[in-house]
Design a protein around this ligand. Sequence first.
Ligand code: AMP
Length: 397
Amino acid sequence: MKNIDNYDFNGKKVIVRVDFNVPLNEKMEIADDSRMRAAVPTIQKIRQSGGGVILMSHLGRPKNGPEDKFSLKHIVRHLSALLDTDVVFADDCIGESARRSASSLQPGAVLLLENLRFYKEETAGDEAFAKKLADLADVYVNDAFGTAHRAHASTAVIANFFPEEKLFGYIMGNEIKSIDKVVKEGEKPVTAILGGAKVSGKIEIINHLLDKVDNIIIGGGMMFTFIKALGGKIGNSLIEYDLVETAKNAMAKAEELNVNFYLPTDAVIADKFANDASTKYCSSNEIPNGWMGLDIGPETGEAYKEIIGGSATILWNGPMGVFEMSNFEHGTFEVANALADATKNGAYTLIGGGDSVAAINKYKLRDEVSYVSTGGGAMLEYIEGKKLPGIVAIMGE
Ligand code: AMP
């Protein structure tokens, strides 16, 4: 298969789907540029091997055509600094200005197209729109893992117009490699740590992981649906009643497959959902009415640390508690540190999903783990075993 390292970009115009969906503050300044930084190696590689780069991305969720606050013009200056070159901006992703700038693009130069989602054809996966984008270039590179689970014009449909000249950028390649390293080739014991608010977003992953892992560790608000399924008292904790049966089935399947399924034995409980609530420790299945579990307790933290320490491959998705509030972040902090320690001791650790990434960043442990996935939803769907349109468009079925 063609890849970015062995492809000859010399003299070619290369249209690259990047994920520049960065948070902007009220002054239209970039609050976090990590997605832009992540794309730099792919862009520089193409430039250094003589290609001209046409960048396309979405930003936010514009509803009805162009809107200033969703314009990619706000990131041009910073992008120019990151790439150490003057980036040209086309104020429309298709049409005359894009065509003109693309046709005069020199080797090594960089053109950024305006927000793709100013056209509803982008998310609709419109063929004619995809063709207009494709006509700007000779080669298509997809480096936007965060949207790989969407069959949009720029993430999938466009690839049809490049039967041969299509490839993954470094981010896409690395994401696929790192997830495969856990779910396809994970060295045993393999442990999946799942937390976050809801079971509903995670139950399919749990089911899919059951025949791939040795241990499943549960934390976060979703633990209470499982504890309820076992007949525990959960007070006013978060619960999804319609999933109690599903949770029960997942635990039964785990037992059948000899997967250790760990639920918290204790919790930090609070008398309201606020950082200044009264708090105490409590058995996780004996929570009184009027109280809610907002973090795993110290006994659970110790037990989880031990399991993590004894694992060779670890996947972490979702916080152990309401880590945004300092009184309920301890469990998440402990798990994040245990992952950093495990990595030091040779384990392979993959962190994915918006909130666990936010947690790992908050504790400044990003460089202490093996890989931090850039695409929450895409990562989860890939782990669930779904075929992602952005991957299929390049690799085939
Ligand atoms: P998710 O998007 O499902 O990964 O959930 C992440 C959110 O779950 C975070 O904002 C946490 O604050 C929240 N969360 C974690 N534990 C709890 C809990 N015990 N009760 C309520 N919310 C929680």
